[in-house]
Design a protein around this ligand. Structure first.
Ligand code: HPA
Length: 267
């Protein structure tokens, strides 16, 4: 019998290992979209699953991540709360390198991704509500944890999701800024949307690794992203662990009833 794992971390660029957890072991889950390898360990009596979004060797580019398999696998394990980390470029001068942002909105500029578990083939038509795309309860826990730890963080922000894997042109960045974007990244959509369809609480810790193209005084490199993440890894881990400590596993949340109108999420 599988133990119930209620909390998961999806690690983005620069967060590949769950060395923050005790008694870590590896396992896999079979999903209709393929197998998912994950690690699971303990933190203060809570079981926590960990999936490195880009694979353990950072070999899966943003547009080829099997988002549906990852979210389905976590749902199958019994996960109710997902904390996801993302590296982001900043369009907002107030959000500088090394800052954390607990994004509360997104703009979706992806192009080739499957963004729903409900794609015909006998499944009903579902329109998930994303008025509050990121779980307000989990975001509140992240905000509280950052205050307790004294880590500089922005409580809100709009995440622009691009298709990648290339970085953006300065013209694109100018347009996204005019539309109200604060940050740009390549992975949060459809991950956040699939988590909502699967009726799971999901929040993102975005870490600003660079100013976006045309705002940065120099060309963008992956090395800059990785170096800034590496310099802040300890803070990301402390923040996530403190947040896990604050999660009340008995507490209900509207995210868990997101598809009530449709009779709930069906696996
Ligand atoms: N653009 C898109 N994704 C990113 C960036 C960026 O500037 N920095 C880190 N992830």
């Amino acid at each position: 019998m599988r133990i119930m794992i209620k909390i998961a971390i999806i690690g983005g660029t620069g967060l590949y290992d769950p060395r923050i957890l005790d008694n870590v072991r590896e396992d896999k889950v079979v999903t209709p979209y393929g197998e998912v390898n994950y690690k699971v360990g303990e933190y203060k009596g809570k079981s926590v699953a960990f999936i490195p979004r880009h694979g353990s060797e950072h070999s899966i580019p943003p547009h080829l991540i099997n988002y549906r398999a990852n979210i389905w696998a976590l749902k199958k394990l019994g996960v109710t709360n997902i904390i996801a980390s993302t590296a982001v470029g900043s369009l907002n001068p107030a959000m500088g390198g090394g800052d954390f942002v607990f994004v509360d909105q997104f703009l979706d500029f992806t192009k080739s991704r499957i963004t729903s578990f409900y794609n015909g083939a006998g499944r009903q038509v579902v329109h998930a509500d994303v008025t509050q795309p990121y779980c307000p309860t989990l975001r509140a826990a992240l905000i509280k944890a950052s205050k307790v730890l004294g880590i500089k963080a922005h409580a809100t922000g709009t995440y622009v999701c691009t298709e990648g894997p290339r970085f953006e042109t300065p013209a694109e960045i100018k347009a996204y800024a005019m539309l109200g974007g604060d940050l740009v990244g390549m992975t949060n959509v459809p991950e956040v949307v699939l988590a909502r369809e699967a009726e799971m609480c999901y929040a993102t810790v975005s870490m600003v690794t660079n100013f976006a193209a045309g705002i940065s005084p120099h060309s963008l490199t992956h090395a800059e992203v990785v170096e800034t993440m590496a310099a802040n890894t300890e803070n990301i881990k402390r923040l996530i662990m403190a947040t896990i400590d604050l999660i009340d596993l008995e507490e209900d949340c509207s995210c868990r009833h997101a598809l009530a109108e449709y009779g709930g999420f069906k696996m």
